[in-house]
Ligand binder design. Structure first.
Ligand SMILES: Cc1cc2nc3c(=O)[nH]c(=O)nc-3n(C[C@H](O)[C@H](O)[C@H](O)COP(=O)(O)O)c2cc1C
Length: 205
């Protein structure tokens, strides 16, 4: 399935973008039918406005590159919403990181989250809270979504008015069509914002 995303909003590269070759971020997701995957790829598209292809990657929970995750500065976690929770597939990934929790391996990394569901609310907030709490258990530093909604129409940015993380909604249609343009543009904005944030706050070498 081709779920590549063409950015419809192009943001200017951060002025520091040439001096960030050591920075990387992974967008880890679980998606049974491709809608959450499309959102993950849109976040990566946004991040690549600041970072190279090798530095910003989407990672399916069914095919995890643990080495890439362990060395990444930022881990962005996203799941489809099933019964008001992350999916069983995403929870399996979460539980598989318990040894990393034990050894404090991800302490001090940046974290962020996103949730996709069929309902307008769909209880996505519960999933963002679940992912945020998981990140806090790992000792990570959470980055939210500081974007005022431009409105509540399908083309609007942050039309679902979420600030803890990114919320998107998909209807019963192909991932190329749903989530709609506003949600995908918001995901691109989010990826760009996340990359700019970790670039801005990178430790002095
Ligand atoms: C078992 C199951 C449970 C679901 N639970 C919810 C839910 O609690 N809230 C909601 O809005 N949508 C719910 N949905 C719809 C999914 O969230 C939606 O189809 C999903 O986000 C699509 O993402 P995907 O294509 O990445 O799998 C559920 C779907 C399934 C199959």
């Amino acid at each position: 399935m081709n779920t590549s995303v063409t950015p419809s909003i192009v943001l200017p590269p951060d002025e520091n973008s040439l001096s960030v070759s050591n920075i990387s971020m992974a967008v880890i997701y679980h998606s049974n039918y491709g809608h959450t995957q499309r959102v993950a790829e849109a976040i990566v598209t946004g991040a690549r406005q600041q970072l190279s292809e090798a530095q910003a990657k989407a990672v399916d929970v069914n095919d995890v590159d643990w080495e890439f995750l362990d060395q990444a500065d930022l881990l962005v976690f996203g799941s489809a919403v099933y019964m008001g929770s992350v999916t069983a597939g995403f929870k399996t990934f979460m539980d598989a990181t318990s040894k990393r929790w034990y050894h404090g391996k991800w302490q001090g990394k940046w974290a962020a989250g996103f949730a996709n569901s069929g309902g307008l609310s769909g209880d996505k907030l519960a999933v963002l809270q679940q992912i945020c709490l998981y990140s806090m258990q790992h000792g990570m530093n959470w980055i939210g979504l500081p974007l005022r909604p431009t409105g509540h129409e399908p083309h609007d940015l942050n039309r679902l008015s979420s600030n803890l993380g990114l919320m998107t909604q998909s209807l019963d249609g192909p991932p190329e069509e749903t989530p709609g343009a506003g949600d995908i543009d918001t995901a691109i904005w989010f990826g760009d914002h996340l990359a700019k944030t970790i670039i801005k706050h990178q430790p002095a070498s």
